[in-house]
Design a protein around this ligand. Structure first.
Ligand code: FES
Length: 314
């Protein structure tokens, strides 16, 4: 969809909210809390969560951190001026909120607040029970603090700042001390934060299906020990060599076979492909543990093979 950047508002150090409107301000399609859009900017495609109330129809708000380690996408976003025309996808939701939960725990690390504040807005609006635990390096880097001081958030929102010492850090064991089938946990943030939450939830006996996560970080990088392997395209019978240091998508592209991709970081799920035989070496951050264990699908933009050959449904 073609959209126009209406305004860019700084909401914390290195974080801006971008407000996007449809062509001629035509209302943009509705979305649900937890959804993200793909944004095409300067040759990059990046995923950004919608961070406003889903009932606030018509425009989209995304929160973007200018990441010094970025490969260019967030820097290009921050360089945009109001009035710029952009191309985006329709909203996709890989991180939906279970609205039947008796209680919801939202755990945000840094810019991971963006999908969770949309969930918190929905839970507040519908009168559901929730808590939001928000960890940031320092107060100036915590976005949406004004919004989170509003009635309905204050008292349910807990901030934790690294800059304020060990005693202000989140105690995950305590936050996740009461596993319950009626409570759902949502975590979003850097990979290390998510792993810590998942480990604490697992150690405390939370049912795996009640713990939901969305990564912002990229998939695992290539390893020195990564070797070559082959891919068979089941529909044509063609065999493609995947050299060390090359992804399946890159090897296929070099051979004239295009696979739909978006993030090329194992985050978005766009390139999800069925595996008909062989064992994948999953490197993505998209599939759940159960989906990985089934070994019947993989993300070829980053994942590799544990067997000399993979047969893919391509
Ligand atoms: S393109 Fe996003 S997971 Fe592969």
């Amino acid at each position: 969809m073609k959209v126009t950047l209406i305004r860019k508002v700084p909401v914390a150090t290195d974080i801006c909210v971008f407000e996007l409107a449809g062509a001629a301000d035509a209302p943009l399609p509705p979305f649900e809390a937890g959804a993200h859009i793909d944004v095409h900017v300067d040759g990059f495609v990046r995923q950004y969560s919608l961070c406003h109330r889903a009932t606030e129809a018509g425009r989209y708000h995304i929160g973007v951190l200018r990441d010094p380690a970025s490969r260019g996408g967030s820097a290009a976003m921050h360089a945009l001026e109001s009035g710029t025309h952009l191309e985006i996808s329709t909203p996709k939701n890989h991180f939906p909120l279970d609205t039947r939960a008796a209680h919801t725990l939202l755990l945000a690390g840094g810019i991971g607040i963006t999908p969770l504040i949309a969930m918190a807005e929905q839970l507040r609006e519908t009168g559901r029970s929730f808590e939001l635990h928000y960890c940031a390096r320092e107060p100036a880097r915590a976005a949406f603090r004004d919004r989170l001081a509003e009635p309905g958030f204050a008292g349910r929102t807990h901030f934790y700042f690294d800059s304020e010492g060990e005693e202000r850090r989140i105690d995950l064991q305590a936050v996740l001390a009461r596993p319950s089938a009626q409570t759902h946990v949502y975590v979003c943030g850097p990979a290390g934060f998510i792993e810590a939450v998942l480990a604490a939830a697992s150690a405390n006996g939370w049912p795996a299906q009640n713990v939901h996560r969305e990564y912002f970080g990229a998939a695992q990088p290539p390893r020195d020990a990564d070797g070559p392997f082959q891919v068979t395209l089941a529909r044509s019978g063609r065999i493609v060599e995947v050299p060390a240091g090359t992804t399946i998508v890159e090897a296929l592209r070099a051979g004239g076979v295009e696979v739909s991709v978006s993030c090329e970081q194992g985050v978005c799920g766009t390139c999800l492909t069925r595996v008909l035989s062989g064992e994948p070496d999953h490197r993505d951050v998209y599939l759940t543990d159960d989906e990985r264990a089934a070994n019947d699908q993989l993300l070829p933009c980053c994942s590799r093979a544990r067997t000399p050959m993979l047969v893919l449904d391509l």
